[in-house]
Design a protein around this ligand. Structure first.
Ligand SMILES: [Zn+2]
Length: 264
């Protein structure tokens, strides 16, 4: 069976309390924790903006905070590069020394097509890194945190983990299976709109399956349901395109085909 996730109403992102109020009513450690969650929410929002546009990398968001204000914002760029941390560090420039960097995924420590982000973070003089998740990629997998700590940077992992995992669920599913995560839901969608957090919408007609992706016009990508006898192959096709999270309306006949089994 393809992986299906039903569409629950997700709670709105929780923002931290007004910082003055927090200071007045809570001990310093709780205050900082609330601020961390608040800043991390900004980073998660940045990541959400790029979902579906950054394959072969996950959509990551990053904000750099110095003296209580954001001095740099970054998100993974189209096609996966540059990474979010690079973009944010470039924006922060001279304001980076002494700052805290919030990022939704562990910074990379390996040479890919770009140099490691941890080197740039260390060189910029960031003094604290808060990350939502450790990167399970075997080339990183804690190595980024280790290198930052070795350089004397304080590292904390966990704030915003649930929301960050949600932004990357499709990416990790695509890595594991080669197919996008398919979600069947009951949202009322405007024509040609894609719900936030999804890469694409699939709609079916008698003679075609219609694929709507971000930044592109909709296109026919397969014959209609009548001739469709292997939904696995179809999901493979979507995965090959780099789609990680696809939305199908529960009222669409394609949803029923997905739920009744991959093979007709
Ligand atoms: Zn990186």
């Amino acid at each position: 069976m393809p992986t299906l996730v039903h569409d629950d109403d997700r709670p709105a992102l929780r923002y931290g309390p007004n910082r003055d109020e927090a200071r007045a009513s809570k001990p310093p450690s709780a205050d900082r924790q609330n601020n961390d969650e608040c800043w991390m929410n900004e980073a998660i929002e940045l990541a959400r903006d790029m979902q579906g546009l950054v394959w072969p990398n996950p959509a990551v968001g990053c904000v750099i905070v110095n003296d209580g204000r954001i001095v740099g914002r970054g998100r993974t760029q189209y096609g996966g590069r540059p990474h979010a941390e690079r973009v944010a560090l470039n924006q922060a420039a001279g304001h980076a020394p002494g700052s805290t960097l919030y990022v939704t995924l562990e910074p990379c420590c390996h040479w890919g097509k770009t140099p490691p982000c941890v080197d740039a973070i260390i060189a910029a003089g960031v003094c604290r890194v808060v990350a939502s998740l450790q990167d399970p990629d075997p080339r990183v997998n804690g190595g980024g945190f280790r290198k930052l700590r070795q350089a004397g940077i304080k590292v904390e992992v966990g704030p915003g983990a649930e929301e960050a995992r949600e932004t990357m669920a499709g990416f990790f599913h695509r890595i594991a299976t080669g197919r996008p995560l398919v979600e069947i839901g009951e949202r009322a969608l405007a024509p040609s709109s894609i719900p936030r957090g999804f890469d694409a919408v699939v709609q079916s007609g008698e003679r075609k399956l219609w694929l709507l992706t971000r930044g592109r016009r909709g296109e026919t990508f397969a014959e209609g349901l009548e001739g469709l006898n292997d939904t696995f192959a179809l999901l493979d096709q979507l995965g090959t395109r780099g789609l990680t999270r696809v939305y199908v309306s529960s009222s669409d006949p394609f949803a029923e085909r997905l739920m009744t089994g991959a093979h007709a």
